[in-house]
Design a protein around this ligand. Structure first.
Ligand code: 5RP
Length: 218
């Protein structure tokens, strides 16, 4: 089975957490794209979605799913999203698709974070995947210097502007043994919009696509 087929297993298995008549929080990425296809198959049964990116909004709307503004919705029951890495305590690195800020906002208004991944995303220690940091453009060099002081090797993601008009630094070379502390530290730097560490708001449920189907850990 290919990696994409395993992503599909995970994406479709997440339908189990979607309540009839609900508004669903929808993440971003290739795994979520399978979840959006799955949502399309039950679109008459849901009220709509809150989306974490322009890309996901376009895909949802193309399938005829109503997309609500985040400000119109006080609370969501579930948020379904992928991850770049997830550790045994369910902290995640996210933002490989540059959607980390909106993902964090939609996750923050959601009761349950359903993380959909293939088996390659599970790690013991976060950090092999470069940690994305969304930065206000004028702060790029300053934040990069501060990230070096923290032991990282930040690389400017050339040619990428986020949905919020900002830039991304991908921080290589970190072994993240205290994800909550690092999340606080990086979020505290002037000019940082969001760090792609999801430790304070980690996953509640993990659905891993495997060659034998989806494995759900609650
Ligand atoms: C986008 C994300 C994605 O969830 C993450 O990059 C995983 O993507 P994929 O499902 O394509 O492997 O955080 O900003």
């Amino acid at each position: 089975m290919t990696q994409d087929e395993m992503k599909k297993e995970a994406g479709w298995a997440a339908l189990k957490y979607v309540e009839k008549g609900s508004i669903v929080g929808v993440g971003t990425g290739s795994t979520v794209n399978h979840f959006i296809d799955a949502l399309g198959s039950i679109k008459e049964e849901i009220k709509g979605a809150v989306s974490s990116s322009i890309a996901s909004t376009e895909k949802l709307e193309a399938l005829g799913i109503k997309v609500f503004e985040c400000n119109e919705v006080a609370k969501l029951d579930v948020y379904v999203d992928g991850a770049d890495e997830i550790n045994p305590t369910r902290d995640m690195i996210k933002g490989g698709g540059a959607a980390l800020t909106r993902e964090k906002i939609v996750a923050a208004i959601s009761e349950k974070f359903i993380c959909i991944v293939d088996g390659t995303k599970a790690v013991d220690v976060l950090g092999k995947f470069p940690l994305p940091v969304e930065v206000i453009p004028m702060a790029r060099s300053y934040v990069a210097r501060e990230l070096v002081k923290l032991g990282g090797d930040p690389v400017y993601r050339e040619g990428v502007i986020t949905d919020n008009g900002n830039v991304i630094l991908d921080v290589h070379g970190l072994a993240i043994t205290d994800p909550k502390a690092l999340e606080n530290t990086i979020n505290g730097l002037a000019g940082v919009v969001t760090v792609g560490l999801f430790a304070h708001r980690g996953a509640d449920v993990i659905i891993t696509g495997t060659p034998n189907g989806a494995v759900i850990e609650e």
